[in-house]
Write a protein that binds this ligand. Structure first.
Ligand SMILES: Nc1ncnc2c1ncn2[C@@H]1O[C@H](COP(=O)(O)OP(=O)(O)OP(=O)(O)O)[C@@H](O)[C@H]1O
Length: 780
């Protein structure tokens, strides 16, 4: 996106050619209003809150670029095609975050101080959003004084020993001098002492407890213009100087004297009146004559204590009012005031968006009044600018619509030079407000100021007496109205002394003017109402948007918190599970050596079981099938590490598997032991049986042996019989051969009868045996 070149677009053109022309041709009496920019550094809190988003870039000594940060209304508008996200602005001078108070004083204020000392009037006001550094710029801190203490220091350096101690010549109304009598002087001194005494104790206490007062060293007399200053003093001869100061604030459109010791809690407000010459002044404002810097500092301290400040969301000590410190320098020759010059420093209250500053109740009312008076200041400035751009034609400038602009009016109408110090911070969160300020200042820069002709001698102040009545100067009555002669009504002057016809004319003129004014006012009012309405609508829209954004942020943050809590619980559960798994692992941990030994034992048992099985099967008994370890291992499901995705689950599973394995191993060992016992018992039975059978077998064997022996005996007897038979047969043979008749007879009797005969005849030798069958053994 292209930066908005304000000088080219003309939107924020500072030095438009036509205006420059006007200034050039109209001579030394006109000058553009000086606008200085001061960019304050980030605070630590802002840096840690990520406020540094390069929103403000200083291009050179006169130009800055503003880059809209994400989320700002400007960025949103530019994203919708309305407006730009980058803006360029130029200033009389840009002071970066590193600029010291002294550098700022020298770069932006010193010229006005010289002018003031030379008899000219000057106004410097700080403008910016709340917390932008306006008060720091104007007042500074005790250790790092701002431009106000430096101006005072410069003035006292300039006056040196030429103080007018009389205290009887006092500023009166806008540009007059009141001559005080002895009693009034006494009263002035008492009033001053009362104020100083109230801060004396505090100062003494501070001086004791802290380091010596910091030296400001504005060394104005040593500057380039010191020669001119010295010359002036030299020229002054018997001249003396008196410095009178006043300090007041505009709070909620009421003016309060900050140097008035308050007796009661309720402060009384002062009125802004017209001095009859069109100059606004604060009626009954306390002016105090100060003689040195120490008194000035005490007054500042006193006034600051009375100032309305409050803590807002953005600034802990936010100025809730416009505070104006005014100095009047009287150059006195003997008893004659030769000239009077005025220098005012105004610390405006911070412009702010109510929702951003979280303003409620009293703060909201303050903010409304602050914003309203700043709005009117803006209107005055743009009216001045448009009138000047239109060839200096008369334009209605609404100075009277606020106390602040009423008091500033004279400076915009030739009373003196006005300069503005614009304070900005670089925070992303206040970007839109900062941009608004910058746009306003771009308009202000185009305002041409009418400066009193330098060649013209400063007007001699009017002198009034104790009662405010004009005093004679060189025999001529001063034509100056007394304060009492002024109408009580604000801004009106007494004209009752004029002739009747003139009065009628004036009345007629006034009526015409009044009607025209009324018409204008109505138009103006309508415009203002419309603008206010638009602004309110915008604010409402913004606050609605903010509310929605906050609700969304809240929702997001709750969701995030919920998510975090959920994650936390998840982690805690995981951790717990992990711890459990670890402790289980530790409990069930078996050293490798023990595990191997167990395995070997199991192997040995397995072998033993198989041996026993073999033995049993060899014995021929039915054996129930035994679950083998290797079979068990194969049938048992193993954990599948690939299926699990996290460590804890895996560990749990592994742990479960290990536990199961251990349990199964234990069961298996028990089973094996039981089996072993069974087998041992069976073996014992078998052995007993075996032994019993062995005995039986032995007995049987013995019987068999006995029977074999008796068989052998029988067989032997049989063999003997066979031999006997054979011998008998042989004898028979022989006998048959000796007597054939006998043999025949015998043969006729038969063989069996013959054997019977032989057997029955007495034996003659041992060979005669009877044939007896042996008794059979019943038992085998
Ligand atoms: N140039 C700077 N260097 C260091 N600190 C600064 C500077 N300018 C401002 N500060 C610090 O920033 C804070 C706000 O400044 P300050 O009170 O002057 O703002 P402000 O514009 O006056 O605010 P408000 O309008 O609310 O009164 C203060 O703490 C002040 O010390």
């Amino acid at each position: 996106m292209q930066p908005a070149d304000m000088d080219l677009t003309g939107e924020f053109s500072v030095f438009s050619p036509s205006l420059q022309q006007t200034v050039m041709t109209s001579g030394a009496g006109q000058q553009m209003m000086q606008i200085y920019l001061r960019v304050r550094p980030f605070s630590k809190e802002e840096l840690s809150a990520n406020e540094d988003q390069d929103c403000v870039v200083i291009d050179d000594g006169q130009t800055v670029t503003l880059n809209a940060p994400k989320g700002s209304a400007t960025m949103k508008s530019s994203e919708k095609g309305i407006g730009l996200s980058i803006h360029k602005f130029s200033f009389s001078k840009v002071f970066g975050p590193q600029t010291t108070q002294d550098e700022l004083f020298r770069g932006a204020v010193r010229t006005q101080v010289f002018d003031f000392l030379e008899g000219e009037n000057a106004l410097i006001f700080s403008y910016g959003v709340t917390n932008a550094g306006k008060t720091f710029t104007i007042q500074g801190t005790p250790k790092d004084p701002g431009i106000l203490p430096r101006v005072l220091d410069a003035v006292f350096s300039y006056i040196g020993g030429l103080q007018y101690h009389g205290m009887d010549l006092k500023p009166y109304l806008m540009n007059g001098i009141q001559f005080l009598d002895a009693e009034q002087v006494k009263q002035e001194r008492t009033a001053k002492m009362t104020v100083l005494a109230s801060v004396k104790e505090e100062c003494d206490h501070q001086r004791l407890s802290s380091s010596p007062e910091p030296s400001i060293s504005s060394d104005i007399t040593l500057s380039s213009s010191s020669s001119s200053s010295s010359n002036n003093l030299a020229e002054a001869g018997g001249d003396q100087f008196a410095l009178w100061v006043a300090f007041f604030e505009i709070y909620n459109e009421c003016v309060y004297d900050l140097l008035q010791p308050s007796q009661s809690k309720k402060r009384s407000s002062l009125r802004v009146c017209d001095d009859g010459a069109g100059n606004a002044y604060v009626k009954d404002l306390k002016w105090i004559n100060i003689q040195n810097l120490s008194e000035a500092n005490k007054l500042l301290q006193f006034g600051n204590k009375n100032r309305s400040a409050a803590a807002t969301k953005i600034n802990q000590s936010s100025s809730r009012s416009h505070s104006i410190f005014t100095m009047k320098l009287l150059k006195i020759d003997g008893q004659t005031v030769e000239r009077i010059s005025e220098f005012s420093l105004c610390d405006l209250a911070g412009s702010e968006r109510c929702n951003k500053a979280k303003t409620f109740g009293e703060r909201l009312k303050e903010a409304g009044n602050i914003n309203n008076s700043l709005l009117i200041l803006g209107k005055c400035i743009s009216a001045l600018r448009s009138g000047q751009a239109d060839g200096m034609k008369a334009t209605y400038v609404p100075f009277r619509e606020s106390k602040l602009t009423k008091l500033f009016q004279a400076f915009f109408c030739g009373k003196g030079r006005a300069a503005m110090i614009v304070n900005i911070n670089q925070c992303a969160s206040t970007y839109d407000e900062t941009l608004h300020i910058m746009k306003f200042t771009a308009v202000a820069k185009q305002v041409v100021q009418v400066i009193p002709n330098e060649s013209a001698a400063p007007s001699v102040p009017c002198l009034v007496g104790r009662d405010g009545k004009p005093l004679m100067r060189n025999g001529i009555l001063e034509g100056y109205p007394s304060e009492d002669e002024l109408f009580e009504e604000e801004d009106d002057v007494d004209m009752s002394l004029l002739p009747q016809n003139d009065l009628l004319n004036i009345i007629e003129n006034l009526r015409t003017k009044f009607l025209a004014e009324r018409k204008k006012n109505l138009v103006q009012e309508m415009e203002i109402r419309k603008e206010m309405g638009d602004a309110m609508l915008q604010q409402l829209l913004e606050s609605e948007e903010l509310r929605i954004r906050q609700a969304e942020e809240l929702k997001e943050s709750y969701a995030e918190k919920l998510e975090n809590t959920f994650e936390m619980y998840k982690d805690a559960i995981k951790e717990h599970a992990y711890q459990c798994a670890m402790s289980n692992l530790e409990d069930n941990y078996v050293p490798l050596v023990a595990f191997t030994a167990e395995q070997e034992k199991a192997e040995a048992l397995k072998r033993k079981v198989s041996e026993l099985e073999d033995l049993l099967s060899s014995i021929g008994r039915g054996v129930s099938p035994v679950l083998r370890v290797d079979q068990w291992c194969q049938t048992e499901p193993l954990p599948d590490a690939g299926e699990t995705d996290d460590r804890i689950k895996q560990l749990c599973q592994e742990n479960g598997v290990l536990e199961k394995m251990c349990e199964d191993n234990k069961q298996f060992i028990l089973y094996l032991e039981k089996r072993l016992v069974d087998l041992s018992q069976t073996l014992q039975h078998v052995r007993d049986d075996f032994l019993e059978k062995s005995d039986d077998a032995e007995a049987l064997r013995k019987t068999v042996d006995q029977q074999s022996k008796s068989m052998e005996e029988v067989l032997c007897q049989n063999a003997e019989k066979d031999e006997e038979i054979a011998s008998l047969k042989a004898e028979i043979e022989k006998l048959s051969q000796k007597s054939p008749v006998q043999l025949k007879t015998r043969t006729r009797k038969g063989l069996l009868a013959n054997i019977k005969d032989v057997v029955s005849s007495p034996r003659r030798g041992p060979s005669s045996h009877s044939l007896v069958k042996p008794p059979r053994t019943a038992k085998y």
